[in-house]
Design a binder for this molecule. Structure first.
Ligand code: BGC
Length: 674
């Protein structure tokens, strides 16, 4: 008996020393001064009191023994796939040290050159997740194989070279297809999908995207965006389905179902599925004048009323459909950044909506929270206290892990609160089956960019087209009658022969780019392919052949993302050079009918130009499969798309949403025969 007591005492001392080693003796590792010792001491006391009431039913000694094990036995419950997720999570948590738990809350960038975490770093900091921010492709190249190799390296270290073998979550902005990668199918941006009214289609796109994501070993998609822009001056308008939150909701829910599988079904979070992210929570479409990351000028009470009036609906439906993660928005409400807003995150999202998944912060957004003294650790604590589970401060992974350890050791953050976050993160990992199969999937890679997914995108392009204008070009003819029999077609405008412009932002790179950035079919190629005719093309509309029967002109926005896309009301228009192409054609031959195709992420001011066009089709940002445009122009398909945004005449009309300044009502969309 005496010996047993002695043994337990020895184990406790060993556990204490071990725990100090594993936690790096307090903040910013290697700090061995008295503060560090006190902190560790506090940790033991804190842990003791919490362990007495620990939910695992295990003794304090057993927990400490488990945290000290260098090698975890193969028969540990959490390694047994036949056990329930709850049992596995609880068991795994019983082995975890404070630092191992803290690290689960931290997401780092893959880009080590900028200070991100490489695979080997996971051995000293067993982080919960890694991301590729927009355009952050592997150094070796941008094919699916390059990505798979890179992500597998992280998983190999995480699962084979760390004490607990916890796989990582790997997050990526697959916002319209797995759009960082070369050669994948790029679907229309959400602004286009929101015109289709086809939720089944959107669900299929979500599923195709998730498969391309799992192909490369990533498993967390930062989409769909559920904002409802009130001011299209906002550079992220194209990421959103509609200006009306109630109409955003079913699209978002469909996307979530597609990406994760239907909640409660066998396919939910199965091999070809990934975590979806309902983003950005909340109010981003209401910032003053559409300023990205701006403030919603309302009192807290007014904002709560706004949420109740329908703005919460997309998030509510996403949660009901099982969305596993929600990303907090950069914007503020009544001067307070959402990342620090406990009422919005804990009371409403967790409380009222009953969300029990992962709340993730946006890229470097914690650093924007205002705190007295402006110290990062106070910003971090504020965000966690507000309800954040995973931080996306991509280059501060060491500091954040150490800070969280420090918070718990010093009683600033309760062990229980930390455990809540860790439980949610681990639950997602078990549900995704990552402990059994963390790696990329070569079979899925073979299907990436397949005919089937390109066909789906082509359908989406067809359905998203909105016919805005359709004048008679002769007594008994409109443009579509001419197109049907035309032999001599003239195509003009930069965007008509430019994959990058068609795809817009968040394609290959964060901002997107013009030019041949990936594989796909341009509008021009689509016309040639569908008609079998050899259309003549000119970028600026000059040198139009005399025998031209009809001109098809692309008028385009150039790609942008986030704040770079913000515009003033005065600059809310296409570049003049774009419409000059139409003028050039009319100058050469005013009798040639002109059909304008708008390649745009939003409803830009164009009222002074529309008289120059005989027909106008809004194609939004259609992506890589523009045969879909030719299908409708030349084929038997008719237009079915309807505006999900109000189109105003002038910048001032947009600003004040003036009723008498409406050019096209929301819901507007013509047919070929109209
Ligand atoms: C965007 C998010 C995105 C994140 C990661 C942020 O700048 O706001 O939508 O998911 O970057 O790339």
């Amino acid at each position: 008996m005496k010996n047993l007591k002695k043994m337990i005492l020895c184990m406790l001392v060993a556990a204490l020393v071990g725990s100090m080693l594993l936690t790096g003796c307090g903040k910013k590792g290697g700090n061995t001064d008295s503060t560090g010792e006190n902190a560790s001491q506090a940790n033991v006391e804190e842990n003791s009191s919490q362990n007495e009431e620990n939910k695992s039913g295990m003794s304090e000694e057993e927990l400490l023994r488990r945290q000290q094990l260098e090698v975890i036995p193969d028969d540990a419950v959490y390694k047994d796939a036949s056990k329930s997720v709850e049992e596995r999570v609880a068991d795994l948590m019983s082995y975890m040290t404070l630092k191992e738990k803290a690290a689960q809350m931290v997401m780092a960038e893959r880009n080590t050159a900028s200070g991100g975490a490489g695979p080997a770093d996971l051995q000293s900091y067993p982080l919960g997740s890694i991301l590729s921010g927009g355009g952050s492709a592997p150094a070796s190249g941008n094919t699916s194989q390059d990505w798979a190799k890179m992500i597998d390296q992280y998983q190999q270290v995480a699962t084979e070279k760390t004490r607990l073998g916890i796989p990582i979550l790997y997050g990526i902005d697959a916002v319209h297809g797995n759009s960082n990668l070369f050669g994948v199918t790029i679907f229309p941006h959400n602004v286009g999908l929101g015109a289709t009214g086809d939720y089944e289609l959107v669900e299929k796109i979500g599923a195709a995207t998730a498969k391309d994501v799992r192909a490369i070993g990533a498993n967390w998609i930062f989409a769909p965006t559920l904002g409802n822009p009130q001011y299209v001056t906002w550079g992220r308008s194209y990421e959103c389905f509609s200006e009306d939150a109630k109409e955003v909701a079913p699209y978002g829910a469909a996307y979530v179902r597609g990406m994760q599988g239907v909640l409660g079904s066998d396919e939910f979070l199965s091999q070809s599925k990934a975590l979806a992210t309902a983003k950005h929570y909340i109010g981003e479409g209401y910032t003053m004048n559409g300023m990205n990351q701006g403030n919603v000028n309302m009192s807290d009470e007014e904002f709560d009323e706004l949420l109740k009036s329908g703005v919460i609906e997309p998030f509510k439906q996403a949660v009901e459909n099982g969305a596993k993660t929600v990303m907090i928005s950069y914007n503020s409400v009544n001067g307070l950044k959402c990342h620090g807003n406990k009422h919005l995150i804990t009371d409403i999202l967790r409380g009222e909506l009953g969300f029990d998944g992962i709340v993730i912060g946006d890229y470097n957004a914690i650093q924007q929270i205002t705190v007295p003294g402006g110290k990062f650790e106070d910003q971090l604590l504020t965000a966690i206290d507000a309800g954040l589970d995973v931080t996306m401060e991509p280059f501060m992974w060491r500091e954040i892990t150490d800070d969280i350890v420090d918070f718990v050791e010093n009683g600033k953050l309760s062990q229980e609160r930390l455990d809540d976050s860790v439980r949610r993160i681990l639950t997602a990992k078990f549900e995704l089956g990552l402990f059994e199969n963390p790696y990329s999937n070569a079979d899925y890679i073979k299907e990436t960019g397949s005919d089937e997914s390109r066909e789906l995108a082509r359908q989406a392009v067809r359905e998203s087209l909105v016919l805005l204008k359709n004048d008679k070009v002769a007594a008994d003819k409109n443009v579509f009658d001419v197109l049907k029999n035309a032999e001599n077609i003239f195509v003009a405008g930069k965007g008509a022969n430019d994959i990058g412009t068609q795809c817009g932002g968040w394609t290959i790179s964060w901002q997107g780019q013009t030019g041949k950035c990936t594989i796909g079919t341009t509008i021009l190629d689509g016309i040639k392919e569908v008609t079998g005719k050899d259309a003549v093309y000119s970028r600026d509309g000059k040198d139009m052949p005399e025998n031209t029967e009809i001109a098809i002109v692309a008028v385009s926005e150039i790609p942008y993302a986030e704040s770079n896309g913000d515009r003033t009301y005065k600059s809310l228009q296409f570049m003049n050079s774009e419409w000059k192409v139409v003028e050039a054609i009319k100058e050469q031959n005013p009798d040639v009918p002109v059909l304008v195709i708008l390649i745009t992420g939003r409803t830009l001011v164009m009222d002074k130009y529309i008289d120059n066009a005989d027909a106008i089709v809004c194609a939004w940002l259609p992506g890589t499969e523009c045969e879909g445009i030719a299908d409708v122009l030349f084929g038997d398909y008719d237009f079915t798309g309807k505006l999900n945004y109000t189109w105003f005449k002038t910048g001032d009309d947009f600003k004040d949403r003036k009723e008498d300044g409406v050019l096209f009502e929301k819901g507007f969309g013509l047919k070929k025969a109209d």
